[in-house]
Unconditional design. Structure first.
Length: 512
């Protein structure tokens, strides 16, 4: 039989080129677009049976065009602008004309700019000592500041070398930064992922299916045109496990450099998505048992670098180590005029204030309107592989704890690790009832996006089995096609409800 490796390399190159071009197009073509279906019609008609709640009214004047989409990315861009243009993490101030009257104030700065209007802001509370005084309190982004600090470094460079301003040259600054943090890393991510798929898959069909899913069937493509923390978290997750999978296939031990590499990127992923600390633990413990000295002197010190940066940035921004998220539900969030202060009031409606039972939330997060499997059913193939291999991982776990040094990662052990991490993250979000809003207006389960590369690596074994049957290949193609549908459905803006939720709401079966 002729060697097909050259064909696969050519096909992989073309798939990666097309996927990267799509991501780049989403960046350079980004513009916030008003969608009539999201606004209250001026007169009742047959199509307004389910009007927006709360009502949204079409603007009377032309909005200023912007490549920023919504609250999430505007909040981050506001910090980037404030750091470079104003030399501070504060994105505005609330000037209280009378400190004893918290409703007598005037907001100034970036938060008062309509371009940067965002729900994701906090306000430093008034102190008892402020009573009766005219004082100013600072607004900040709710987003962990490390990522924005790194982006501010690039904006500073663009401003100093090219004279670009994020205000008047926003159509140059924002796409340039997004190309460097979303698109270029995405291309590298696909190249590295294709190499792992090549050595772990057995059939042409299985390998190409997994890579096609990576290129076009995950929400990383959907969110490539907007600033968000989920893409870099997913990229770092793949970078962290890349040496491990390579060493596993080659049946060799990791080098000192690879231990440090794994530690740095696993911890870096956690600075973007905090639950990725589960990845740090899931990699660190087996590596510690395999080679304690390399783990303690290479993995751990490298992991401490991004973690230290995370806390240093928090301290520089807010004057304390803990992130703004820890203040949710308190005075920092529930200031006058805050979106989050509506909770418990008649205005506290919509998905942001969802209070459905845990079992309902779990259902929708798995197979419902924001479902990991319902929106991207190609992961069903990965689940089959993970369960099949995970069942066999018990013996490898036992050997790891007994054998210690010399016992390395195996496919069953890696699958068991992926399942354990996924279950831990899912359980984490089930315990946080304040997060039952599915991430707000988002086209997919974005809090789980950093797990995507781990699940993509589990697709080839199942796809290899299906490749032997015509019906199996057809089934895999259908699952991939449905995943691509969900990924490209939010054509204008990734910060929109998934197609399943919109369908349920249109039919009147669901209402948030």
């Amino acid at each position: 039989m002729a060697d097909t490796s050259d064909f696969r390399r050519s096909a992989s190159l073309l798939l990666i080129a097309v996927a990267t071009a799509i991501a780049a197009a989403k960046v350079v073509g980004a513009e916030s677009v008003l969608e009539p279906s999201r606004y209250t019609p001026p007169t009742p008609d047959a199509y307004s049976a389910n009007p927006p709640d709360p009502p949204r009214f079409w603007p009377s004047t032309r909005p200023d065009p912007t490549p920023m989409y919504g609250s999430n990315d505007k909040s981050r861009w506001a910090t980037v602008r404030a750091l470079v243009d104003n030399g501070t993490y504060a994105i505005g101030t609330r000037n209280y004309l009378d400190g004893s009257d918290s409703k007598h104030y005037r907001d100034e700065g970036i938060v008062a700019d309509p371009q940067y209007k965002s729900l994701d802001i906090i306000l430093r509370p008034l102190d008892p000592a402020d009573a009766g005084k005219s004082v100013a309190k600072e607004f900040y982004s709710t987003k962990p500041p490390l990522f924005s600090t790194l982006l501010a470094g690039e904006y500073w460079l663009l401003k100093k070398t090219l004279g670009w301003s994020i205000v008047k040259d926003r159509w140059l600054v924002i796409p340039t930064i997004l190309l460097t943090v979303n698109v270029i890393p995405f291309a590298l991510y696909l190249v590295l992922l294709s190499r792992l798929i090549e050595v772990t898959g057995k059939t042409d069909f299985g390998r190409l299916l997994a890579l096609a899913a990576a290129c076009f069937g995950t929400f990383l493509t959907t969110f490539s045109g907007t600033l968000n923390n989920h893409l870099p978290a997913a990229f770092c997750t793949l970078f962290a496990v890349y040496p491990i999978v390579k060493a596993m296939v080659e049946a060799r031990e990791l080098s000192r450099w690879e231990y440090a590499w794994c530690g740095f990127f696993a911890a870096f992923a956690a600075t973007f998505d905090l639950p990725a600390l589960a990845l740090v633990a899931a990699l660190g413990l087996p590596l510690l048992l395999m080679h304690s000295r390399r783990t303690l002197f290479c993995f751990v010190p490298a992991a401490l670098i991004p973690i230290a940066g995370y806390f240093v940035a928090n301290s520089a921004a807010l004057g304390e180590l803990m992130p703004a998220y820890e203040k949710f539900g308190g005075a920092w969030y529930n200031f006058d005029g805050s979106h989050w202060s509506k909770r418990g009031t008649a205005l506290g409606r919509g998905i942001d204030f969802n209070d459905e039972p845990t079992r309902v939330y779990a259902f929708h997060l798995l197979v419902g309107h924001h479902g990991w499997f319902s929106l991207t059913p190609v992961y069903v193939l990965a689940l089959g592989s993970l369960i099949g291999l995970g069942i066999r991982s018990a013996a490898d776990v036992k050997n790891l704890f007994i054998g210690g040094k010399g016992a390395g990662f195996t496919p069953p052990l890696f699958a068991g690790m992926t399942l354990a991490i996924s279950l831990a993250v899912f359980a984490f979000y089930l315990t946080r009832t304040s997060s039952y809003n599915y991430g707000g207006f988002t086209s997919g389960p974005r809090w789980l996006f950093w797990l995507i590369p781990l699940w993509l690596l589990a697709i080839p074994p199942a796809a290899d089995r299906l490749a032997a049957f015509r019906a199996g290949r057809a089934l895999a193609a259908v699952l991939l096609g449905l995943s691509v549908l969900s990924v490209f459905y939010p054509a204008w803006n990734p910060w929109r409800s998934p197609w399943i939720q919109q369908l349920l709401e249109f039919e009147g079966w669901l209402k948030y």
